[in-house]
Design a protein around this ligand. Structure first.
Ligand code: C5P
Length: 401
């Protein structure tokens, strides 16, 4: 039993998805976990403490200022006497409270008082999930090292509306709990992975360079996800402004040639995911001194030279990793170009995306990709870059199992 004797404090907040928490409790207990439930007032409008208590291995806690509860187990002990706090479903309201450090009921007080890992399974209307306020709160919580599972895309329980906001399925939540808790399955344990991310900067002279709009968000999320799944990950990153992912060895480079050298130095590895937007060209004969503007003279010509293709080099290398994955940022004929790239570069999969400026993918938080493999193609719905990383992580795991 993968969660044997793990103590999980399950916070259920108000939402129709609360009915799924009953199944979630059952799944967690099947795996040996002890589940101590806390319900907000809103949650009790959807499922009864009686039903939750009957399935859990503990009494249900609901009140912050209950003399009986506080004498029994105070809120500080509730916050600390567990291996993990899981919030499922988590409402937009509870996320807002967490992001701002509010503590006006038992659940929010526990969340402010805890020093345990916290995993959040949000569930809300797609418009609420997409609202700038929720986006801000989500970003704040991620920066506070709060973990998320879901939400998924699809039909809302209340019907009529579709989009991102549906709570992740209980088994998916259980898998996230297992992955978070030490001793949980690390399906990529023992595997080594190399990931490239970000743009490259190709110098023109000591102060100027050629670059592109890559933020590194997608590559960094993939590196973090592979590490979370147990792989030993080296991330070779061009210049980015986002923080280093946790649990990953980061090598910072500027130029494509440096990136290639760093990547080749890590071989042999099992998995290569080349996400970096490597500049196709560098400036031939860069100037050691700043090129001066001279009045009356024509602008200096820029002579370009082709950069090494890192993905292609890795895809055809004698030490080729068992799994080689590339990206294809396209503005037209996404599928054809992606398929051609799969062949040319010797990759197993290409994740092709349309980076026309109207898509906002370059630098943004979301991505719409088409997965192109030897066996066929698959359109992934528009989703967050984190969700793309998780789905790719599952693909990698399936390849090795
Ligand atoms: O040919 P294109 O740049 O569209 O190919 C994109 C894929 O190839 C990405 O996975 C990118 O990281 C990789 N690539 C590379 N080295 C290059 C150019 C692209 O690794 N010089």
């Amino acid at each position: 039993m993968t969660l044997q004797d793990k103590r999980i404090l399950l916070i259920i907040s108000g939402g129709i998805a609360a009915y799924k928490s009953l199944d979630l409790i059952r799944r967690l207990r099947e795996r040996g976990a002890n589940v101590r439930p806390v319900m907000t007032a809103g949650a009790q409008a959807f499922v009864t403490p009686l039903a939750v208590g009957a399935l859990a291995s503990d009494k249900v806690f609901t009140e912050l200022f209950s003399r009986e509860d506080e004498q029994d187990i105070g809120h500080i002990r509730l916050a600390r006497d567990c291996d993990l706090i899981l919030i499922a479903p988590a409402t937009a309201d509870l996320m807002a409270k967490m992001a701002n450090g509010l503590a006006d009921d038992l659940a929010s007080t526990i969340l402010l008082a805890t020093d345990r890992p916290v995993l959040v399974a949000p569930a809300m209307n797609p418009k609420m999930w997409a609202h700038p306020a929720t986006r801000r709160n989500h970003a704040t919580l991620v920066a506070d090292d709060i973990r998320f599972v879901g939400p998924a895309s699809g039909e809302m329980a209340e019907g009529g509306e579709a989009g991102e906001g549906r709570m992740a399925e209980p088994l998916e939540i259980v898998a996230a709990v297992e992955a978070l808790l030490e001793g949980g399955p690390k399906p990529l344990a023992g595997r080594r992975a190399i990931v490239t991310s970000g743009p490259t900067h190709e110098p023109i002279d000591p102060v100027r360079y050629i670059a592109n709009r890559s933020s590194g968000k997608q590559g960094h999320a993939i590196a973090a996800e592979l590490a979370r799944l147990g792989a030993q990950v080296t991330l070779v990153s061009g210049p980015v402004t986002i923080p280093d992912p946790k649990g990953v060895t980061v090598i910072r480079v500027e130029r494509a040639e440096e990136m290639r050298d760093a990547v080749l130095a890590t071989l042999p590895v099992d998995i290569a995911v080349m996400v970096a937007a490597v500049a196709d060209w560098r400036v031939a004969g860069t100037s050691g001194d700043k090129i001066k503007k001279k009045p009356g003279e024509a602008p200096p010509p820029l002579q370009l030279a082709e950069n090494p293709d890192i993905l292609k080099t890795v895809g055809h290398h004698a030490d080729r990793p068992r799994l080689v994955i590339g990206f294809a940022a396209e503005t037209q004929n996404v599928a054809e170009n992606g398929r051609a790239k799969l062949e040319r570069k010797g990759a197993d999969y290409i994740l092709a995306n349309d980076v026309s400026s109207h898509t906002g993918i370059m630098g943004g938080d979301r991505n719409t990709v088409k997965l192109i493999g030897r066996a066929g193609e698959e359109d992934w719905p528009d989703m967050g870059k984190q969700a793309v990383a998780e789905r790719l992580g599952r693909l990698v795991v399936s390849h090795f199992s």
